[in-house]
Design a protein around this ligand. Structure first.
Ligand SMILES: [Zn+2]
Length: 236
């Protein structure tokens, strides 16, 4: 694909965002690789390396020093523009909240390393608070969901609900192979939403996507949002 073709696709994405009444964004590990975190199925991903018999790449930066990158900030900008109706993430890295997304607009399907979850009422609290009990009296434990554990019910329910309401569903940095997270684009499509996929590497939904970007999230979303702002009448 040529550079000109990329500009055209970014232009289309901006136009679709402009027209959208219910934009939902779905993110996976691919959005955070540009912050120095490993993904799963990318060239140096955790599973790719495991399949080759290699250990995970050492972390380039400690967890709490990891900062949101241009992709996260572009989503936060969509939020400020009042365009983002909901954000669903498979990531546990806390970078969406760090970038300024309001917690009510975010479902974290696999939990968050910076949060603890109540085993009774499923409320989450900041790990920093140093509490061991929830206000309801339940015990607090880690919120990150390990392989084979069930996903947090409320986050999952909200994700289905917003996916069904969406008219534009943008996937950023997920290969969409883990269920039930991978059911969300299906729900959106069945409700008549346009599907946009920004991911380096194949996904099972590539043929159903109205727009497909093989580029990095950071090379697509910030440009699309800048273009959207011009369409909305903001001039820098
Ligand atoms: Zn509780």
């Amino acid at each position: 694909m040529t550079i000109q073709d990329l500009s055209q696709r970014i232009e289309t994405l901006a136009q679709w965002m402009y027209e959208s009444q219910y934009l939902v964004v779905f993110t996976g590990a691919g959005i955070s690789t540009e912050s120095g975190l490993p993904d799963f199925r990318g060239p140096d991903g955790l599973w790719t390396r495991r399949d080759k018999g290699l250990p995970p790449e050492p972390m380039k930066v400690p967890w709490d020093a990891v900062e949101p990158n241009a992709g996260h900030l572009a989503i936060a900008e969509l939020h400020k523009l009042n365009k983002l109706k909901f954000l669903i993430s498979q990531n546990v890295d806390n970078l969406h909240l760090k970038s300024g997304i309001r917690p009510e607009l975010l479902a974290e399907l696999h939990g968050n390393i910076a949060k603890l979850r109540c085993k009774r009422c499923e409320q989450t609290v900041d790990r920093e608070e140093g509490r061991t009990r929830c206000r309801c009296g339940g015990a607090l434990g880690k919120s990150v969901v390990d392989f084979g554990e069930s996903l947090p019910r409320r986050d999952l329910m909200l994700s289905y609900e917003h996916a069904r309401k969406s008219d534009l569903f943008v996937v950023a940095g997920s290969s969409l192979v883990v269920t039930p997270a991978a059911d969300m684009p299906r729900e959106a499509l069945l409700s008549g939403a346009k599907l946009v996929i920004i991911n380096q590497g194949e996904t099972p939904f590539d043929r159903e996507a109205g727009l497909r970007f093989q580029e990095r999230v950071g090379d697509v979303l910030p440009r699309a949002v800048r273009r959207l702002k011009r369409l909305m009448g903001f001039f820098e």
